[in-house]
Design a protein around this ligand. Structure first.
Ligand SMILES: O=C(O)CCC(=O)C(=O)O
Ligand SMILES: [Fe+2]
Length: 271
C-alpha cells in the first residue's frame, strides 16, 4: 500500500492524521527561534499568536516572521494529501499559532461543519459526506507541532470518526471531555504535521507539559469556500513561489476563476 493510500484511508477513517518527522529538528529549532524573537506576551494571557483573519487582525500574521513559515504553506509532504481532499484548487483561509504553559485549562470541543457545528442548520456544502473510495472534505487544517504534544502533555484532542457522525455532541461529553473514553489526545512529537477535518469534533486538552506547547495552524479550504470575510494577506518581506501565491487568491469557482495549484507540476513543486 502506497503512503498516500494509507494516509487517505486513515484520514477518512479517523478524520485526522498525524505524520511524524516531516520537519527536521533543525527546521523545528529555526521556527522556534523566530517565534522567540517576537517577544510575545506570556501565553497565560493569550493562547493564540501570530494570527491573521481569525480573532486576530487581518494581515500576514506569522508569515511575515520569515521564509521558514512560508515554506510550510505548500510543504511537499502535505500537498498530495490536501489535493486528495480539497481537489486542485484550494486556498489558505486562516492561520495562527497556539502556545500553552503548564496548568493551562482545556478549551471546548467543537466542529465547524456537521451535526455539532453552529451552522448545522445551514445548507451543507462542506460537510464530510462520503462516497465509495472518495473523500469530500471542504476544510482541512494542518497543525505543525513545534513541541512534543500527546496524551502525557495535552494539546490537540478529538473524537476520532466524529466527522462522519450524524449526531450532535452529547452534553455530558462536552462537559467533561477528559472523562470520555472517545476523546483522544494524539501523540504529535515536535516536527509532526497533524491534519484534521474541520468537520471533526475537536478541541484543546489542558496542558500538563513542563515545556511550552507550540503549534502552528494553517487552515485550507476548497477555493469557493471561505470561513469569514477576512483574509490572510501575503507577507511583503518574503518572496513567495507562484504556487504559494495562488493560496492567497480570493475565493472563487475552481478552474474557472481560481487556478489549479498542480498545473505544470513535474517534481511536485509548481513551476
Ligand atoms: O488546541 C488545538 O490544537 C485545537 C485548536 C482549535 O481547535 C482551534 O483553534 O480551532
Ligand atoms: Fe478548532
Amino acid at each position: 500500500m502506497g503512503d498516500l493510500e494509507l494516509q487517505q484511508y486513515l484520514f477518512d477513517l479517523q478524520g485526522y492524521l498525524v505524520i511524524e518527522n516531516v520537519l527536521t529538528p533543525t527546521e523545528v529549532a529555526t521556527l522556534n527561534q523566530l517565534i522567540d524573537q517576537q517577544n510575545l506576551p506570556t501565553p497565560d494571557k493569550q493562547l493564540r499568536f501570530g494570527g491573521a483573519a481569525g480573532s486576530a487582525p487581518v494581515g500576514p500574521g506569522f508569515l511575515a516572521w520569515g521564509q521558514p513559515f512560508c515554506n510550510l504553506l505548500d510543504h511537499l509532504t502535505i500537498m498530495p494529501i490536501l489535493r486528495f481532499q480539497l481537489g486542485d484548487c484550494f486556498r489558505l483561509d486562516r492561520i495562527y499559532g497556539i502556545r500553552m504553559c503548564q496548568g493551562m485549562p482545556r478549551g471546548h470541543l467543537h466542529a465547524d461543519y456537521g451535526a455539532t457545528s453552529p451552522t448545522s442548520k445551514a445548507r451543507s456544502g462542506e460537510y464530510h459526506h462520503f462516497g465509495v473510495n472518495e473523500i469530500h472534505n471542504g476544510f482541512t487544517v494542518v497543525a505543525w507541532s513545534l513541541a512534543d504534544a500527546g496524551p502525557e502533555y495535552g494539546g490537540f484532542c478529538c473524537i476520532p470518526g466524529s466527522h462522519k457522525s450524524n449526531f450532535k455532541l452529547p452534553q455530558q461529553i462536552s462537559n467533561e471531555p477528559a472523562q470520555a473514553s472517545c476523546v483522544v489526545i494524539p501523540s504529535a512529537p515536535a516536527g509532526s504535521a497533524v491534519l484534521f477535518s474541520e468537520a471533526l469534533t475537536h478541541g484543546t486538552a489542558a496542558w500538563h507539559g513542563e515545556h511550552q506547547r507550540r503549534t502552528l495552524l494553517y487552515k485550507y479550504c476548497v477555493s469557493h469556500t471561505a470561513w469569514s470575510a477576512r483574509r490572510v494577506s501575503r507577507p511583503d518581506n518574503v518572496r513567495l513561489t507562484p504556487r504559494q501565491q495562488i493560496l492567497f487568491s480570493e475565493p472563487a469557482d475552481p478552474y474557472r476563476f481560481f487556478p489549479s495549484l498542480f498545473e505544470d507540476v513535474e517534481d511536485g513543486s509548481k513551476k
